[in-house]
Design a protein around this ligand. Sequence first.
Ligand SMILES: Nc1ncnc2c1ncn2[C@@H]1O[C@H](COP(=O)(O)OP(=O)(O)OP(=O)(O)O)[C@@H](O)[C@H]1O
Length: 256
Amino acid sequence: MTDPTGAKQVLEVRDLSKSFGALQASKNISLDLRAGEIHALIGPNGAGKSTLIKQISGELRPDSGSVSLLGHPVDNLSRVARARMGLGRTFQISALAMDFTVLQNAVLGALGARGGVFRFLGNVMRDKALVAQAEQALERVGLLSDAKRRTADLSHGQRRQLEVAVALTLQPRLFLMDEPMAGLGAGGSQALTGFLNTLRHEAPILLVEHDMDAVFALADRISVLVYGEVIATGTTDEIRNNAEVRRAYLGEEEAV
Ligand SMILES: Nc1ncnc2c1ncn2[C@@H]1O[C@H](COP(=O)(O)OP(=O)(O)OP(=O)(O)O)[C@@H](O)[C@H]1O
């Protein structure tokens, strides 16, 4: 649970491999997430970033390798069990109920945190503790004043904020975030960057992101995935100056 630098590891991935038919989407991937850090995972489209996130969250079963959360092996645990252990997740594609209000979506998240027992929405909304928990999460992402709005009427950026709020209601110990900046304008991604910067102290984040400004502003460490393989892990400076990374990924981005 403690690495050579003495930092506590909240997530440890060892030698994870996954194939889809002849395509090897994950090749012996090892990485870790330490307390208080943002570890960014970058790489070209199709490199295997989402596939890796899904194996960590429990949505996809690896062919081999292991995942530990907070020092416990979770290879035989379901996605729900891993979430209950404190693994928070935001998605590349929105998982919000569009016809519900902002508050209703956040309350459903808070209900999930309590074990996800099905209840009628009207009864759930009368549960003061749940509503308070949801409102607190909305306030933290700056959406409390929009609590009564229909989710479908929010801007794209506000929906991404709401997704973070829903994940926050689960009071995660660590986060997996899959492209949270996607589709945000400059203002939106700057606001979310500021928020993630404070969130890391409460729950470290494994961040999959294509927005290189956000990645280099936020990450303590970066891992670069190319064709299912981690070709480098290091600080932002180490990655920026890594010749192989520049050739395989960053150079390609600059050329676009
Ligand atoms: N369920 C699946 N069945 C077959 N192939 C898949 C499946 N899921 C992913 N793949 C393939 O695995 C490879 C890695 O895909 P993945 O979505 O993990 O990449 P990514 O790095 O997240 O890409 P992007 O940046 O575009 O989201 C791709 O070639 C993809 O087509």
